[in-house]
Design a protein around this ligand. Structure first.
Ligand SMILES: *[C@@H]1O[C@H](CO)[C@@H](O)[C@H](O)[C@H]1NC(C)=O
Ligand SMILES: *[C@@H]1O[C@H](CO)[C@@H](O)[C@H](O)[C@H]1NC(C)=O
Ligand SMILES: *[C@@H]1O[C@H](CO)[C@@H](O)[C@H](O)[C@H]1NC(C)=O
Ligand SMILES: *[C@@H]1O[C@H](CO)[C@@H](O)[C@H](O)[C@H]1NC(C)=O
Length: 403
């Protein structure tokens, strides 16, 4: 009795005393452990430690919080040169220690856990330049080789020929039941769909769903009206080239394949505001939507290089989800407090958004109202390592909450 009480009191104190931990990767090679603590409408963010080991171009972070396993992908290589996929174990204080590593095809821009008894038995890597996805069984070792390497083809270039002359898988989104994988292919304007054998990790190709021509789908997030049921399941995808978000319904016409049906496509900007193209942008580069996340009945999308809120101040779009239909309504764009926000993540409580500016190489912490879904003011921001060059792959690549 006394012990239970003591332990409980200790846990209850921890968040306010110790604050929260974040992990951020930088394209120049390191992963940083950051500490955040909130004080009303402000906060402090400090860099506590850093570790190398995720190859030469760390591009993406994923966390299995149950086992404290951090997944890091490496965007180097790809044109006949290999890269690394790496896991780290994350300690209670957020320090990271390399726990496993294998050699990949290269050009890895995203990784996801999937399969096994807990959905964390395997990883799938999206390899942009090689037009492949590769799967590995965990734990990774130096002798690990890919279980499958699936190379995509397309018969002709898409409308945006500079980006769509070949398939470019950009992420792999695991379905809520763990039985399906959706791979947005930016080059082919497809959502490629796979069924998962959760025991062996083997992927079987299902018929793909088509995005609109020139969309360039990049990333996706699931939503269902109730956390305990798949009834009304929706997928929301973000399209990098058309700067739009698309809503899809999901169904299972047979036992082996998921099908997705497109119901709605909306701009990531308010009506009347066009995303700047390369001729309009002060730095000569077009705006490019990057990531989509869901929290409660709201969807958020990061816009890169729109500079709507001033020099080097891009935006995040907020949409509400109609809880009975899953339809989206645009609410507003707000300041991302970052330039080129490649990644962002909302904490589990839904109260804080961590935004990772790639070119500004900062992590901005923004308050979120869990009732209205609106993003509020900047609580704090920290530059991590060196800023990136205009249009270069050399700033902060990813940020996630360690929770
Ligand atoms: C998964 O693969 C194993 C081994 O090939 C097979 O025995 C099993 O039936 C497969 N499971 C499903 C659901 O297809
Ligand atoms: C994996 O799935 C493919 C189909 O995608 C099939 O041809 C192959 O036999 C499967 N491999 C194993 C080991 O089950
Ligand atoms: C059912 O699954 C198979 C793959 O196993 C797929 O080829 C077929 O198109 C699916 N049927 C429908 C209606 O989606
Ligand atoms: C959050 O939004 C609700 C609904 O719009 C509003 O009533 C409330 O005052 C907001 N809370 C804060 C802290 O702004």
């Amino acid at each position: 009795m006394h012990f239970t009480h003591f332990t409980y009191a200790g846990l209850a104190l921890a968040p306010s005393v110790l604050g929260q931990t974040l992990l951020a990767s930088h394209y120049t090679g390191k992963i940083y452990t950051l500490a955040f603590s909130r004080n009303g409408n402000s906060g402090t963010l400090t860099s506590k430690s850093s570790v190398s080991g995720c190859g030469s171009m760390p591009s993406w972070l994923g966390l299995d919080s149950a086992s404290g396993t951090l997944l890091c992908t490496d965007e180097s290589g790809g044109n006949g040169r290999s890269a690394k996929v790496t896991t780290f174990s994350v300690g209670n204080d957020g320090t990271t220690t390399l726990s496993g590593q294998a050699t990949t095809t290269g050009g890895d821009v995203h990784g996801s856990f999937y399969g096994g008894s807990d959905g964390k038995g395997f990883v799938v890597l999206s390899e942009y330049d090689p037009s492949t996805i590769s799967t590995f069984k965990l734990p990774l070792t130096s002798s690990s080789t890919a279980l499958q390497k699936i190379k995509f083809t397309q018969s002709k270039s898409g409308p945006v020929s500079s980006r769509q002359n070949a398939p470019h898988p950009h992420s792999a989104i695991t379905g809520p039941m763990g039985n399906y994988l959706v791979v947005p292919d930016l080059g082919a304007d497809l959502l490629r769909i796979f069924s998962i054998n959760t025991t062996t990790g083997n992927l079987t190709t299902c018929p793909a769903a088509s995005a609109n021509a020139g969309d360039g789908p990049r990333h996706g997030a699931w939503w269902a009206p109730s956390a305990s049921s798949l009834t009304g399941l929706r997928l929301y995808t973000v399209n990098e080239l058309s700067n739009t978000v698309t809503a899809w319904t999901a169904s299972y016409p047979n036992n082996s394949c998921l099908t997705l049906t497109k119901t709605q496509t909306l701009s990531t900007y308010p009506s009347g505001q066009a995303p700047p193209n390369s001729a309009q942008a002060t730095n000569g580069l077009p705006a490019k939507a990057a990531e989509v996340h869901v929290s409660g009945n709201f969807v958020y999308v990061a816009n890169r290089n729109d500079q709507t809120f001033g020099s080097q101040q891009d935006s995040i779009a907020t949409y509400s989800i109609d809880p009975s239909t899953g339809a989206l309504t645009f609410i507003e764009i707000t300041n991302a407090h970052a330039w080129y926000p490649r990644t962002f993540q909302i904490n589990k409580a839904g109260t804080l958004v961590a935004v990772g500016g790639q070119t500004s190489s900062n992590v901005a912490i923004i308050a979120r109202n869990t009732t209205s879904g609106r993003l509020g003011g900047l609580l704090t921001s920290l530059q991590v390592a060196s800023t990136g060059g205009n249009g270069q792959e050399n700033g902060l690549s990813a940020v996630i909450w360690d929770e």
